[in-house]
Write a protein that binds this ligand. Structure first.
Ligand code: COA
Ligand code: MG
Length: 325
Protein backbone atom coordinates (compact mmCIF):
# COMPACT_ATOMS: atom_id res chain seq x y z
CA UNK A 1 0.00 0.00 0.00
CA UNK A 2 1.01 3.57 -0.50
CA UNK A 3 2.10 5.50 2.58
CA UNK A 4 -0.52 8.07 1.52
CA UNK A 5 -3.78 7.44 3.33
CA UNK A 6 -7.22 8.32 2.01
CA UNK A 7 -10.35 8.72 4.14
CA UNK A 8 -13.39 6.82 2.93
CA UNK A 9 -16.57 8.91 2.59
CA UNK A 10 -19.52 8.54 4.99
CA UNK A 11 -20.75 4.98 4.34
CA UNK A 12 -24.28 4.80 2.97
CA UNK A 13 -26.20 2.19 1.06
CA UNK A 14 -26.30 3.54 -2.48
CA UNK A 15 -27.47 0.76 -4.79
CA UNK A 16 -30.37 2.67 -6.30
CA UNK A 17 -30.83 6.42 -6.70
CA UNK A 18 -34.32 7.49 -7.74
CA UNK A 19 -34.76 10.71 -9.72
CA UNK A 20 -37.96 12.58 -8.91
CA UNK A 21 -38.84 15.90 -10.58
CA UNK A 22 -39.53 18.53 -7.91
CA UNK A 23 -42.32 19.91 -10.08
CA UNK A 24 -44.30 16.65 -9.84
CA UNK A 25 -45.28 16.32 -6.16
CA UNK A 26 -47.79 13.63 -7.11
CA UNK A 27 -44.77 11.30 -7.54
CA UNK A 28 -43.36 11.95 -4.05
CA UNK A 29 -45.55 9.43 -2.19
CA UNK A 30 -44.50 6.59 -4.47
CA UNK A 31 -40.85 7.64 -4.09
CA UNK A 32 -41.12 7.71 -0.29
CA UNK A 33 -42.53 4.19 -0.05
CA UNK A 34 -40.20 2.78 -2.70
CA UNK A 35 -37.18 0.62 -1.99
CA UNK A 36 -34.76 3.24 -3.36
CA UNK A 37 -31.71 3.70 -1.13
CA UNK A 38 -31.26 7.31 -2.23
CA UNK A 39 -33.91 9.68 -3.59
CA UNK A 40 -33.08 12.94 -5.26
CA UNK A 41 -35.70 15.60 -5.63
CA UNK A 42 -34.83 17.56 -8.71
CA UNK A 43 -34.67 21.32 -9.18
CA UNK A 44 -32.59 21.06 -12.36
CA UNK A 45 -33.20 19.52 -15.76
CA UNK A 46 -36.45 17.66 -15.08
CA UNK A 47 -38.02 21.01 -14.12
CA UNK A 48 -39.00 23.63 -16.73
CA UNK A 49 -37.84 27.23 -16.08
CA UNK A 50 -41.38 28.42 -15.28
CA UNK A 51 -41.73 25.72 -12.60
CA UNK A 52 -38.42 26.32 -10.80
CA UNK A 53 -39.84 28.36 -7.93
CA UNK A 54 -42.79 26.06 -7.31
CA UNK A 55 -40.54 22.97 -7.49
CA UNK A 56 -38.36 24.41 -4.72
CA UNK A 57 -41.44 25.01 -2.56
CA UNK A 58 -42.73 21.47 -3.22
CA UNK A 59 -39.38 20.04 -2.19
CA UNK A 60 -39.22 22.03 1.04
CA UNK A 61 -42.76 20.99 1.98
CA UNK A 62 -42.18 17.32 1.26
CA UNK A 63 -38.85 17.15 3.11
CA UNK A 64 -40.52 18.64 6.17
CA UNK A 65 -43.89 16.94 6.08
CA UNK A 66 -43.47 13.51 4.51
CA UNK A 67 -41.99 10.42 6.09
CA UNK A 68 -38.98 9.44 4.00
CA UNK A 69 -37.93 6.66 6.40
CA UNK A 70 -34.24 5.85 6.44
CA UNK A 71 -33.64 6.91 2.86
CA UNK A 72 -30.77 9.20 2.00
CA UNK A 73 -32.50 12.37 0.86
CA UNK A 74 -30.79 14.53 -1.69
CA UNK A 75 -31.74 17.58 -3.74
CA UNK A 76 -30.33 18.23 -7.19
CA UNK A 77 -29.73 21.96 -7.34
CA UNK A 78 -29.51 23.96 -10.53
CA UNK A 79 -26.13 24.51 -12.18
CA UNK A 80 -23.64 27.05 -10.91
CA UNK A 81 -24.04 28.99 -14.16
CA UNK A 82 -27.73 29.71 -13.45
CA UNK A 83 -29.29 32.32 -11.18
CA UNK A 84 -31.54 29.65 -9.63
CA UNK A 85 -28.73 27.91 -7.81
CA UNK A 86 -28.12 30.22 -4.86
CA UNK A 87 -31.79 30.20 -3.87
CA UNK A 88 -31.97 26.41 -4.26
CA UNK A 89 -29.16 26.09 -1.74
CA UNK A 90 -30.11 28.87 0.67
CA UNK A 91 -33.87 28.26 0.75
CA UNK A 92 -33.77 24.46 0.84
CA UNK A 93 -30.82 23.94 3.19
CA UNK A 94 -32.09 26.58 5.61
CA UNK A 95 -35.59 25.10 5.71
CA UNK A 96 -34.85 21.35 5.66
CA UNK A 97 -33.04 19.66 8.56
CA UNK A 98 -33.97 16.26 7.03
CA UNK A 99 -31.85 16.87 3.93
CA UNK A 100 -28.74 14.65 3.77
CA UNK A 101 -27.00 15.61 0.56
CA UNK A 102 -26.86 17.96 -2.40
CA UNK A 103 -26.43 16.67 -5.94
CA UNK A 104 -24.40 19.18 -7.92
CA UNK A 105 -24.85 19.01 -11.69
CA UNK A 106 -22.35 19.69 -14.48
CA UNK A 107 -19.39 20.23 -12.19
CA UNK A 108 -16.43 21.36 -14.29
CA UNK A 109 -13.63 22.37 -11.93
CA UNK A 110 -12.82 21.84 -8.24
CA UNK A 111 -13.59 25.50 -7.57
CA UNK A 112 -17.28 24.78 -8.25
CA UNK A 113 -17.25 22.53 -5.20
CA UNK A 114 -15.17 24.97 -3.17
CA UNK A 115 -17.78 27.68 -3.74
CA UNK A 116 -20.65 25.43 -2.65
CA UNK A 117 -18.72 24.12 0.35
CA UNK A 118 -18.26 27.73 1.48
CA UNK A 119 -21.93 28.55 1.02
CA UNK A 120 -23.12 25.42 2.85
CA UNK A 121 -20.65 25.97 5.67
CA UNK A 122 -21.97 29.49 6.20
CA UNK A 123 -25.57 28.29 6.24
CA UNK A 124 -24.81 25.42 8.62
CA UNK A 125 -22.84 27.66 10.97
CA UNK A 126 -25.50 30.33 11.03
CA UNK A 127 -28.25 27.78 11.74
CA UNK A 128 -26.22 25.65 14.13
CA UNK A 129 -27.14 22.73 11.82
CA UNK A 130 -25.70 19.55 13.36
CA UNK A 131 -25.86 17.38 10.30
CA UNK A 132 -23.18 18.27 7.80
CA UNK A 133 -24.44 18.06 4.22
CA UNK A 134 -22.73 15.59 1.94
CA UNK A 135 -22.14 16.29 -1.74
CA UNK A 136 -22.57 14.12 -4.79
CA UNK A 137 -21.31 15.56 -8.04
CA UNK A 138 -22.43 14.81 -11.54
CA UNK A 139 -19.62 14.22 -13.99
CA UNK A 140 -21.45 14.94 -17.21
CA UNK A 141 -19.32 17.33 -19.24
CA UNK A 142 -16.00 17.00 -21.01
CA UNK A 143 -14.60 19.65 -18.64
CA UNK A 144 -15.76 17.71 -15.58
CA UNK A 145 -14.24 14.50 -16.90
CA UNK A 146 -10.98 16.26 -17.76
CA UNK A 147 -10.77 17.46 -14.14
CA UNK A 148 -12.32 14.45 -12.45
CA UNK A 149 -9.31 13.59 -10.26
CA UNK A 150 -9.03 17.16 -8.96
CA UNK A 151 -12.79 17.36 -8.37
CA UNK A 152 -12.64 14.09 -6.41
CA UNK A 153 -10.25 15.73 -3.93
CA UNK A 154 -12.01 19.08 -3.70
CA UNK A 155 -13.97 18.83 -0.43
CA UNK A 156 -14.45 16.64 2.62
CA UNK A 157 -18.17 16.84 1.93
CA UNK A 158 -17.83 14.75 -1.22
CA UNK A 159 -19.32 11.28 -0.94
CA UNK A 160 -20.16 10.16 -4.45
CA UNK A 161 -20.01 10.91 -8.15
CA UNK A 162 -22.58 10.02 -10.78
CA UNK A 163 -21.80 9.55 -14.44
CA UNK A 164 -24.44 11.60 -16.27
CA UNK A 165 -24.48 9.91 -19.62
CA UNK A 166 -26.95 12.17 -21.48
CA UNK A 167 -25.28 15.51 -20.83
CA UNK A 168 -21.89 13.86 -21.24
CA UNK A 169 -22.92 12.69 -24.72
CA UNK A 170 -24.11 16.21 -25.54
CA UNK A 171 -20.93 17.78 -24.20
CA UNK A 172 -18.61 15.43 -26.07
CA UNK A 173 -20.83 15.64 -29.19
CA UNK A 174 -21.29 11.89 -29.22
CA UNK A 175 -23.47 10.81 -32.15
CA UNK A 176 -26.45 9.60 -30.17
CA UNK A 177 -29.72 10.93 -28.85
CA UNK A 178 -30.61 8.09 -26.46
CA UNK A 179 -30.01 8.25 -22.71
CA UNK A 180 -27.50 5.52 -21.87
CA UNK A 181 -27.28 2.04 -23.35
CA UNK A 182 -25.37 0.82 -26.35
CA UNK A 183 -25.18 2.00 -29.95
CA UNK A 184 -25.26 -0.01 -33.19
CA UNK A 185 -22.38 2.05 -34.57
CA UNK A 186 -20.19 1.15 -31.61
CA UNK A 187 -19.16 -2.27 -32.88
CA UNK A 188 -15.93 -3.99 -33.84
CA UNK A 189 -16.06 -5.87 -37.12
CA UNK A 190 -13.88 -8.96 -36.92
CA UNK A 191 -11.78 -10.31 -39.78
CA UNK A 192 -13.33 -12.97 -42.02
CA UNK A 193 -13.36 -16.50 -40.63
CA UNK A 194 -12.45 -19.53 -42.75
CA UNK A 195 -15.92 -19.52 -44.33
CA UNK A 196 -15.63 -15.84 -45.22
CA UNK A 197 -18.12 -14.70 -42.55
CA UNK A 198 -17.47 -11.67 -40.37
CA UNK A 199 -18.75 -11.29 -36.82
CA UNK A 200 -19.41 -7.92 -35.32
CA UNK A 201 -19.14 -7.36 -31.57
CA UNK A 202 -20.92 -4.62 -29.69
CA UNK A 203 -18.79 -2.41 -27.49
CA UNK A 204 -19.96 -0.12 -24.72
CA UNK A 205 -19.42 3.51 -25.82
CA UNK A 206 -19.42 4.69 -22.17
CA UNK A 207 -16.91 2.21 -20.84
CA UNK A 208 -13.83 4.45 -20.97
CA UNK A 209 -15.62 7.41 -19.36
CA UNK A 210 -17.17 5.26 -16.64
CA UNK A 211 -13.84 3.68 -15.88
CA UNK A 212 -12.09 7.02 -15.59
CA UNK A 213 -14.70 8.36 -13.16
CA UNK A 214 -14.75 5.09 -11.20
CA UNK A 215 -10.98 5.19 -10.69
CA UNK A 216 -11.11 8.81 -9.47
CA UNK A 217 -13.85 7.83 -7.00
CA UNK A 218 -12.17 4.73 -5.68
CA UNK A 219 -8.80 6.46 -5.42
CA UNK A 220 -10.24 9.17 -3.19
CA UNK A 221 -12.78 7.21 -1.15
CA UNK A 222 -15.96 8.15 -3.04
CA UNK A 223 -18.84 5.99 -4.32
CA UNK A 224 -19.08 5.75 -8.13
CA UNK A 225 -22.69 5.70 -9.32
CA UNK A 226 -23.91 5.10 -12.85
CA UNK A 227 -26.50 7.51 -14.19
CA UNK A 228 -29.76 7.07 -16.09
CA UNK A 229 -30.94 4.41 -18.53
CA UNK A 230 -33.72 6.20 -20.36
CA UNK A 231 -35.57 3.28 -21.97
CA UNK A 232 -37.44 2.29 -18.82
CA UNK A 233 -39.44 -0.38 -20.68
CA UNK A 234 -36.22 -2.33 -21.41
CA UNK A 235 -35.48 -4.23 -18.21
CA UNK A 236 -32.91 -6.53 -19.80
CA UNK A 237 -31.06 -3.54 -21.25
CA UNK A 238 -31.04 -1.87 -17.83
CA UNK A 239 -29.84 -5.03 -16.07
CA UNK A 240 -27.08 -5.52 -18.59
CA UNK A 241 -25.90 -1.89 -18.22
CA UNK A 242 -26.02 -2.14 -14.41
CA UNK A 243 -24.11 -5.43 -14.34
CA UNK A 244 -21.40 -4.06 -16.63
CA UNK A 245 -20.70 -1.17 -14.29
CA UNK A 246 -21.05 -3.35 -11.16
CA UNK A 247 -18.27 -5.52 -12.55
CA UNK A 248 -16.11 -2.42 -12.97
CA UNK A 249 -16.56 -1.37 -9.33
CA UNK A 250 -19.60 0.90 -9.35
CA UNK A 251 -21.67 1.05 -6.18
CA UNK A 252 -25.11 1.71 -7.67
CA UNK A 253 -27.16 3.13 -10.50
CA UNK A 254 -29.89 5.69 -11.03
CA UNK A 255 -33.51 4.79 -11.49
CA UNK A 256 -35.60 7.27 -13.48
CA UNK A 257 -38.72 5.14 -13.06
CA UNK A 258 -39.86 3.04 -10.08
CA UNK A 259 -39.56 -0.16 -12.15
CA UNK A 260 -35.77 0.29 -12.23
CA UNK A 261 -35.29 0.42 -8.43
CA UNK A 262 -35.54 -3.30 -7.70
CA UNK A 263 -33.34 -4.02 -10.72
CA UNK A 264 -30.58 -1.80 -9.33
CA UNK A 265 -30.96 -3.19 -5.80
CA UNK A 266 -30.71 -6.75 -7.10
CA UNK A 267 -27.59 -6.10 -9.18
CA UNK A 268 -25.72 -4.19 -6.45
CA UNK A 269 -26.58 -6.53 -3.55
CA UNK A 270 -24.10 -9.39 -3.26
CA UNK A 271 -25.98 -12.67 -3.78
CA UNK A 272 -25.90 -15.47 -1.16
CA UNK A 273 -23.76 -17.43 -3.60
CA UNK A 274 -21.19 -14.62 -3.83
CA UNK A 275 -21.14 -14.21 -0.04
CA UNK A 276 -20.69 -17.96 0.53
CA UNK A 277 -17.89 -18.07 -1.99
CA UNK A 278 -16.21 -15.09 -0.31
CA UNK A 279 -16.44 -16.83 3.07
CA UNK A 280 -14.92 -20.02 1.64
CA UNK A 281 -12.03 -18.00 0.22
CA UNK A 282 -11.37 -16.37 3.59
CA UNK A 283 -11.54 -19.77 5.37
CA UNK A 284 -9.18 -21.33 2.83
CA UNK A 285 -6.71 -18.48 3.20
CA UNK A 286 -6.82 -18.72 6.99
CA UNK A 287 -5.99 -22.42 6.77
CA UNK A 288 -3.20 -21.64 4.29
CA UNK A 289 -1.66 -19.00 6.52
CA UNK A 290 -1.46 -21.54 9.37
CA UNK A 291 0.83 -23.57 7.07
CA UNK A 292 2.79 -20.42 6.20
CA UNK A 293 1.37 -20.24 2.66
CA UNK A 294 0.29 -17.00 0.96
CA UNK A 295 -1.33 -18.64 -2.06
CA UNK A 296 -3.54 -21.72 -2.39
CA UNK A 297 -5.67 -23.52 -4.92
CA UNK A 298 -9.43 -23.49 -4.28
CA UNK A 299 -11.82 -25.08 -6.79
CA UNK A 300 -8.90 -25.27 -9.21
CA UNK A 301 -8.14 -21.54 -9.08
CA UNK A 302 -5.36 -19.48 -7.56
CA UNK A 303 -6.29 -17.59 -4.40
CA UNK A 304 -3.83 -15.31 -2.71
CA UNK A 305 -3.82 -12.42 -0.26
CA UNK A 306 -5.52 -10.11 -2.80
CA UNK A 307 -8.36 -12.68 -2.87
CA UNK A 308 -8.94 -12.00 0.83
CA UNK A 309 -9.33 -8.30 0.13
CA UNK A 310 -11.80 -8.95 -2.71
CA UNK A 311 -13.76 -11.40 -0.54
CA UNK A 312 -13.84 -8.96 2.39
CA UNK A 313 -15.21 -6.25 0.11
CA UNK A 314 -18.12 -8.54 -0.86
CA UNK A 315 -18.83 -9.41 2.79
CA UNK A 316 -18.67 -5.77 3.94
CA UNK A 317 -21.15 -4.75 1.24
CA UNK A 318 -23.48 -7.61 2.14
CA UNK A 319 -23.45 -6.59 5.82
CA UNK A 320 -24.24 -2.98 4.87
CA UNK A 321 -27.21 -4.14 2.75
CA UNK A 322 -28.52 -6.32 5.63
CA UNK A 323 -28.11 -3.51 8.17
CA UNK A 324 -30.62 -1.43 6.17
CA UNK A 325 -33.12 -4.33 6.19
N1 COA B 1 -40.63 8.72 -9.03
C1 COA B 1 -41.73 8.30 -8.38
N2 COA B 1 -42.82 7.79 -9.02
C2 COA B 1 -42.76 7.72 -10.35
C3 COA B 1 -41.64 8.15 -11.08
C4 COA B 1 -40.54 8.68 -10.37
N3 COA B 1 -39.44 9.11 -11.00
N4 COA B 1 -41.87 7.96 -12.40
C5 COA B 1 -43.10 7.42 -12.50
N5 COA B 1 -43.64 7.28 -11.27
C6 COA B 1 -44.96 6.71 -10.93
C7 COA B 1 -46.09 7.27 -11.76
O1 COA B 1 -46.63 8.40 -11.14
C8 COA B 1 -47.05 6.12 -11.78
O2 COA B 1 -47.71 6.08 -10.52
P1 COA B 1 -49.21 5.48 -10.39
O3 COA B 1 -49.12 4.04 -10.80
O4 COA B 1 -49.52 5.66 -8.93
O5 COA B 1 -50.04 6.31 -11.31
C9 COA B 1 -46.14 4.91 -11.84
O6 COA B 1 -44.91 5.32 -11.27
C10 COA B 1 -45.92 4.41 -13.25
O7 COA B 1 -45.45 5.48 -14.03
P2 COA B 1 -45.63 5.53 -15.62
O8 COA B 1 -47.04 5.86 -15.96
O9 COA B 1 -45.08 4.26 -16.18
O10 COA B 1 -44.66 6.70 -16.01
P3 COA B 1 -45.03 8.21 -16.38
O11 COA B 1 -45.45 8.23 -17.81
O12 COA B 1 -45.95 8.80 -15.37
O13 COA B 1 -43.62 8.93 -16.23
C11 COA B 1 -41.43 9.57 -16.76
C12 COA B 1 -42.53 8.56 -17.04
C13 COA B 1 -40.15 9.12 -17.45
C14 COA B 1 -41.85 10.94 -17.28
C15 COA B 1 -41.19 9.61 -15.22
O14 COA B 1 -40.85 8.31 -14.84
C16 COA B 1 -40.19 10.62 -14.74
O15 COA B 1 -40.46 11.82 -14.71
N6 COA B 1 -38.99 10.16 -14.35
C17 COA B 1 -37.96 10.99 -13.80
C18 COA B 1 -37.25 11.73 -14.91
C19 COA B 1 -36.13 12.57 -14.35
O16 COA B 1 -36.10 12.88 -13.20
N7 COA B 1 -35.18 12.92 -15.21
C20 COA B 1 -34.04 13.67 -14.78
C21 COA B 1 -32.91 12.79 -14.44
S1 COA B 1 -32.35 11.87 -15.83
MG1 MG C 1 -27.66 16.19 -16.66
Amino acid sequence: MSFYSVDQSTPRLHRSELAVPGSRPELFEKASTSKADVVFLDCEDAVAPDDKVQARLNIIKSLNEMNWGNKTMMVRINGLDTHYMYRDVVDIVEACPRLDMLLIPKVGVPQDIYALDMLCTQIEDSLGRDKRLGFEVLIETALGMANVEAIAQSSKRLEAMSFGVADYAASTRARTTVIGGVNADSVVLADKDLDGNRNSFWTDPWHAAQTRMMVACRAYGLRPIDGPFGDFGDKDGYLSAAKRCAVLGFEGKWAIHPSQIELANSVFTPSDEEVNKAKRIIDAMEEASKDGKGAVSLDGRLRDIASIRMAESVITKSKLCKSYG
